[in-house]
Write a protein that binds this ligand. Structure first.
Ligand code: FO1
Length: 475
């Protein structure tokens, strides 16, 4: 087999239920004997995982064993015990799902790309399959691997229904232009997942792996942000949350802009850690024959907006900086750089929810105490940080820091994109010009009061008030 075309022809010939257009091939197609290794670093699930299904199929074709590897990074973009606790809390279940398919989960710890190279030196794989992830740090991991690995590396997009490189070959500036691209490709890519059948060739190569309990002991992260207790991590809990949402809350989804109603899906942390597949969620909703405005709104968020976030981070290297804003917003914010700022707050005052604005403080308290924040309030919260800092660069730094530190779903393309929308008008249009914001959309409490009972939300999320929501620790 000497060409990519031959490779795909062969892949198509075998009972290939993974669309090869979900796979990007690096390091050629040269394959020596050896096991297949799937490095799982974005999609922490055994079920409905295209990268895993592809890796197993390649191992079947090669007649070799296949294993999955997870490497615990000593630190990861400011993640605290809260996020690591959730991630590790789901891993045991995934390990069980893999074991049932005769596929070991190899646990390592250290700098992930370096540690994966060490593992490859031990097992000498014929092929490494890895998760697509457009974040800068992941591109570095991927580059390190490609620099030193001799065997082919297959990158599989298991996050998006329509692979990011298929949905668009460039940065999209509005959901309006991106939406038709997604809908055009759904026919091809919104297909059911094959079951993960037990693998024929048992894993024999001797290889070192931590036991999961010892991984926790290896954490060197900030433990002052406590784990949350209101959401159970793992694939089964993710599916149960989906069932509950679809059965009882999807109908209320149009009310999602009311932070006092628990109308959100609570699926965002599971989607962030890949404990559930967005494609599986869409298939579930479709299978139930659910339709209407609520379903359309939910699917718009789950598919178009999330895949637009991957598009933004994939094609905008500065996705977490002012340089990533659209030109009109960057220019307008710069023109208003000198505008007087009636309020300016320090990092600590933001972190401790000590601003003059009770609504903003309540939103910050919800983030700190529950690890999540209602999507409407995330917009308000980000825009006020722009208003109360001396420049957009500092606003971006603070918003990203607080979101990554406290949110269960921080460090996610969706998060970076949402913050860039709030502060820098990404995927938004220009609005009537005003101080500080320029033509970036403005939001204020009066607008919030037209949407929901602000006083009730403030009571819920202000220390000392009887809280209606389950929170970890004291308010
Ligand atoms: N991915 C890893 O491969 N190893 C880690 O130790 C790790 C820690 C981690 C902590 C918090 C967090 O939000 C993400 C973390 N990730 C880790 C990456 C992560 O799974 C993905 O990058 C996200 O799911 C983004 O999709």
């Amino acid at each position: 087999m000497d060409s990519i075309g031959d490779f795909f022809a062969l892949a198509n010939k075998m009972d290939n239920r993974v669309n090869p257009r979900r796979v990007r091939i690096y390091n050629g197609t040269e394959q020596r004997p050896g096991p297949v290794l799937y490095w799982m670093h974005r999609e922490f699930r055994a079920k409905d995982n295209w990268g895993l299904i592809w890796a197993r199929q390649q191992a079947l074709r090669l007649g070799t064993p296949v294993a999955v590897a997870f490497c615990l990074a000593p630190s990861f973009l400011g993640a605290t015990l809260r996020q690591y606790d959730f991630l590790l809390g789901g891993l045991e279940e995934t390990a069980e799902g893999l074991r049932a398919a005769n596929i070991p989960l190899i646990l390592r710890s250290g700098e992930p790309a370096e540690e994966m190279l060490r593992l490859c030196g031990e097992i000498r794989p014929s092929l490494v399959v890895t998760d697509f992830d457009p974040l800068r740090i992941k591109k570095q991991w991927h580059h390190t691997l490609l620099e030193q690995l001799l065997c082919p590396v297959h990158e599989v997009d298991s996050r998006n229904i329509v692979p990011a490189w298929i949905a668009s070959t460039h940065r999209e500036f509005m959901a309006r232009t991106f939406r038709p691209r997604i809908h055009r490709h759904l026919q091809e890519f919104l297909e059911p997942f094959p079951e993960l059948a037990p693998h024929t060739f048992p894993w024999t190569p001797p290889v070192f792996s931590h036991v999961l309990s010892s991984l926790r002991a290896r954490l060197r992260v900030d433990t002052s942000v406590q784990p949350i207790s209101w959401l159970v991590p793992g694939e089964a809990a993710a599916r149960a949350t989906l069932e509950t949402f679809v059965d009882h809350r999807l109908a209320d989804y149009p009310l999602r802009n009311d932070p006092n109603r628990n109308a959100c899906s609570d699926l965002s942390p599971y989607l962030h850690f890949g404990m559930i597949s967005a494609q599986a969620i869409v298939l579930e909703v479709r299978q139930r024959g659910l339709q209407g405005e609520a379903v359309d709104g939910f699917l718009e968020e789950l598919v178009v907006r999330r895949e637009l976030s991957d598009n933004f981070c994939l094609y905008t290297p500065d996705y977490d900086r002012v340089a990533g804003f659209p030109e009109w917003a960057r220019r307008s914010l710069a023109q208003h750089q000198g505008d007087p700022r009636p309020y300016l707050y320090s990092d600590e005052q933001f972190d401790r929810a000590q601003t003059h604005d009770l609504l903003w403080n309540a939103a910050q308290n919800q983030l700190v105490n529950s690890g999540t924040m209602h999507s409407y309030l995330r917009m308000y919260w980000g825009k006020k940080i722009l208003e109360w800092t001396e420049d957009p660069a500092r606003a971006m730094r603070i918003a990203i820091h607080l979101n990554d530190r406290y949110a269960l779903d921080g460090r996610e393309t969706n998060g970076y994109t949402g913050i860039a929308w709030s502060i820098g008008g990404v995927h938004d249009r220009g609005w009537p010009e005003r101080p500080i914001f320029g033509t970036v959309r403005y939001m204020n409490e009066a607008g919030a009061r037209r949407k929901f009972d602000v006083n009730r939300y403030i009571r819920t999320w202000t220390p000392g008030q009887p809280s209606l929501f389950p929170v970890s620790g004291d308010l």
